[in-house]
Design a protein around this ligand. Structure first.
Ligand SMILES: [Zn+2]
Ligand SMILES: [Zn+2]
Length: 244
């Protein structure tokens, strides 16, 4: 199984990085984790085939994680996609997606798609299976607007990928990522403690109990990007691929 970081940036374009979007592919699975506003051009730049993607998991409704969906759907319509597509995310996703589409491309939410589109709400700690992919969401802590906020523990092809989403430290990150083959974790600041986001030193204090086999840092601010050369962890960059 392969994970490609289409975008690993924050909402502010720090480091010129694209918004959050991870592409996971294997023998039986082909899905995205988050689809931030810049994801469609980022995927096209990397030559990602879009038609085979049959699932998009959304962690929350901030534009840098969710804002690429109207573009993805518009492209799917114009490129005559025929393969069914499932979009799954927190409660309210059907309404939020419709609103985002109407704001960006008026009337687009009423377009009769050529392909079958399913939009599914996920509930915290209720595992759901989509084909070869089983997703268990955990609630995380990321402020007052743009939620609910979900971290994901994803099982596919005998591997476990965990993603913290955007969050301050919360104990649910332990079951999210415990023993995972890959834990993709936000590390917004190095040691500055802020509300709603995770700093690396806070994360480091919990890595022992999490016990993930591989850690990759993402969603880094300029503060973290300036320290990339001296970090004792693997950090994502746009286009990077990891084999699991
Ligand atoms: Zn974000
Ligand atoms: Zn966010």
């Amino acid at each position: 199984m392969q994970v490609q970081f289409i975008g690993c940036g924050d909402a502010l374009g720090s480091g010129g990085r694209a918004n959050t979007c991870f592409h996971v592919t294997g023998e039986q699975s082909n899905f995205l984790i988050d689809c931030g506003a810049s994801s469609l051009p980022a995927m096209k730049r990397l030559g990602v085939a879009l038609e085979p993607i049959d699932l998009i998991l959304i962690t929350h409704f901030h534009g840098d994680h969710f804002g690429g969906l109207p573009f993805f759907l518009l492209d799917a319509q114009f490129s005559r996609r025929s393969r069914p597509l499932t979009i799954a995310g927190p409660a309210g996703i059907e309404t939020r997606l419709r609103q985002a589409m109407e704001v960006m491309f008026e009337h687009s939410s009423k377009t009769q798609q050529r392909f079958q589109l399913s939009v599914t709400a996920l509930a915290p700690e209720e595992a759901k299976t989509f084909g070869a992919v089983t997703v268990t969401p955990y609630p995380v802590v990321h402020g007052e607007s743009g939620g609910p906020f979900l971290a994901y523990r994803i099982e596919a092809e005998g591997r476990v990928i965990a993603y913290s989403a955007d969050t301050e430290w919360t104990e649910t990150l332990v079951p999210t990522a415990r023993g995972a083959d890959l834990f993709i974790a936000e590390a917004y600041y190095y040691d500055k403690i802020v509300k709603n986001h995770l700093s690396l030193t806070t994360l480091e204090a919990h890595l022992g109990e999490i016990g993930a086999k591989k850690l990759i840092l993402t969603h880094m601010s300029d503060d973290m990007l300036a320290r990339l050369d001296s970090l004792p962890h693997l950090a994502a960059n746009d286009g990077m691929t990891v084999e699991l």
